[in-house]
Unconditional design. Structure first.
Length: 531
């Protein structure tokens, strides 16, 4: 097995993603553009998306990281719009895009067109949410986009399987398709519910952070594999388990959380970078087998399908936003009247991604009886152009669109005030607990050490309030910012001395590592407060 192409892909995509952080262009767009350009550089290995790798090996960890970073409570609070997008919209887009493609391409049968509709139905909200965080979208819109991306792949994959059964001649019926869809959805949720409690119990009872994080790396693959084995939705199983574990992450010890965050941040960065680069690298593959569809005809089909995909999302988003409020007084009272701006951003944030391409490449070469699958190469090409079109056109215009609409961003002042109040309550309870413990003679401490514990509490209590205070007129820093900066400078000075002592053999490397880890934890705490 030649590992050089894989190493080149990982290293190259990571380098481009790192470069994107220094530019105003979102990383997914730069990676796709780089893939398009590099795909025709002489000597670059050929890369072809393998659905047997992408769906079971790449999709589960990406879903897991997204779900553990999501808020179960926020998702539950916005369950209706998320369900309408992740289930209702995907099914609507499957029918709308499939029917339009059937009318557009004379040689394409309706079942094959519905297969294509299911392929391009699910938006990939990775790029959209990255842009949302960058430009400060309201938290409600960001939550809805995140929630949609967690579930819509499951809907699309199930719809694809149902449509494919009809397209290849397996005699599928509407009733059978609905039954398969419900079984896959309910089965995936049930598998997740069955797995989540024992997995969490195991996580909390393993005593070593290294073992806990090894388990963490296995969880998404185990959940996905078990669900798929029983013909349920692996996507939903992973999402259910990950939401539960993320919601109860506070029950795991601090060392595990520190390691887990670092490990999964790296995994997500590598996988996201690689899959977006892979999208661009597919250009030679999809152009190779176009056959009779060339030039202006292929371009016309691509533009028409792109416009239908974009229009279909708006045709669903606006009624799904306003009809519940028209029909239900309870919804109007609880949620108020939305403006047209929020739904417009959600409608424009329907960018497609690697899941659509992976599903498209899984379309079989033949149907039952041995005949070729109708216009398979054209469907691959249209999937590719739709993914590229939405990423480039919508991805590049989404940030200026958000700025143009002047949507209210996150209320940083209110969030900081809520954080300060929460910290004040926690510090008060901790101080009461400390006083209670110090009355016991078994916990006797010299006054300087007891004062140190109280000063730590006082520091945490004041740190958030100081962010609301005045800034230094010379540096523009708050007192809290200055404190953290000076703390890091002191830690840096200590670190240099420890290294010099090691170099002069006053301490050995093992002691150096112990001392440096202590400083690293202190610096990490300061950095997390700043972030």
């Amino acid at each position: 097995m030649d590992v050089l192409p894989l190493l080149l892909l990982v290293a190259g995509s990571a380098a481009v993603a790192g470069l994107a952080r220094r530019t105003p262009v979102p990383a997914p767009l730069l990676l796709v553009a780089a893939g398009l350009v590099i795909s025709y550089v002489p000597g670059v290995p050929g890369y072809e998306l393998d659905p047997e790798i992408v769906l079971p090996l790449v999709l589960p960890p990406l879903l897991y990281t997204a779900a553990t970073d999501s808020s179960y409570l926020d998702l539950r609070a916005h369950l209706r719009p998320i369900a309408l997008l992740s289930v209702g919209y995907v099914l609507f887009a499957t029918l709308a895009v499939g029917w339009a493609t059937y009318l557009l391409v004379p040689s394409l049968p309706l079942p094959a067109a519905l297969v294509f509709g299911a392929v391009v139905a699910p938006p990939d909200a990775v790029a959209a949410t990255a842009v949302a965080r960058r430009v400060g979208l309201p938290s409600r819109i960001t939550t809805i986009l995140q929630g949609e991306s967690l579930v819509n792949d499951a809907t699309a994959i199930t719809a694809y399987k149902v449509a494919l059964a009809a397209a290849v001649g397996e005699g599928a019926t509407w009733a059978g398709g609905i039954r398969e869809f419900l079984l896959a959805a309910v089965g995936g949720v049930v598998v997740g519910l069955v797995l989540m409690v024992p997995i969490h119990w195991l996580r909390t009872h393993l005593k070593e952070a290294l073992l806990q994080n090894t388990l963490s790396l296995l969880i998404p693959f185990v959940a996905y594999g078990i669900a798929e084995k029983v013909h349920a939705s692996g996507v939903l199983a992973v999402v259910v388990v990950a939401l539960y574990l993320g919601h109860r992450a506070w029950e795991v010890d601090f060392a595990t959380r520190l390691q887990e965050e670092a490990v999964w941040t790296m995994v997500a960065f590598v996988l996201e970078s690689a899959v977006f680069a892979l999208i661009g690298l597919q250009l030679p593959v999809v152009l190779k087998g176009l056959g009779q569809f060339q030039g202006a005809q292929a371009a016309w089909y691509a533009v028409a399908v792109f416009l239908v995909v974009v229009a279909a999302r708006f045709l669903w988003v606006y009624p799904a936003t306003f009809l519940p409020r028209i029909l239900s007084a309870r919804v109007r009272e609880r949620e108020g009247a939305p403006t047209w701006k929020g739904p417009f951003v959600i409608g424009w944030a329907g960018m497609r991604g690697v899941v659509s391409l992976a599903i498209a490449f899984s379309i079989p070469l033949t149907v039952h009886g041995g005949a070729s699958f109708p216009d398979r190469n054209l469907l691959l090409f249209l999937t590719f152009t739709t993914v590229i079109g939405t990423l480039v056109v919508q991805g590049l215009t989404l940030p200026p669109l958000i700025r143009l609409l002047k949507l209210p961003g996150r209320d940083v002042q209110a969030e900081t005030l809520a954080e300060a109040n929460a910290q004040a309550q926690a510090s008060r309870v901790a101080e009461e607990r400390l006083d209670e413990l110090l009355t016991d003679e078994r916990n006797a401490l010299p006054p300087p050490l007891a004062d140190r514990l109280r000063s730590v509490l006082e520091r945490r209590r004041n740190a958030v309030w100081e962010r609301l205070g005045a800034v230094n007129p010379v540096t523009g820093e708050t007192a809290d910012d200055t404190y953290r900066r000076l703390s890091r400078e002191m830690i840096s000075a200590e670190r240099e001395i420890f290294v010099k002592l090691r170099d002069h053999r006053y301490i050995d490397d093992e002691m150096l590592r112990t001392l440096l880890r202590r400083l690293d934890l202190e610096e990490a705490a300061a950095y997390r407060e700043a972030a």
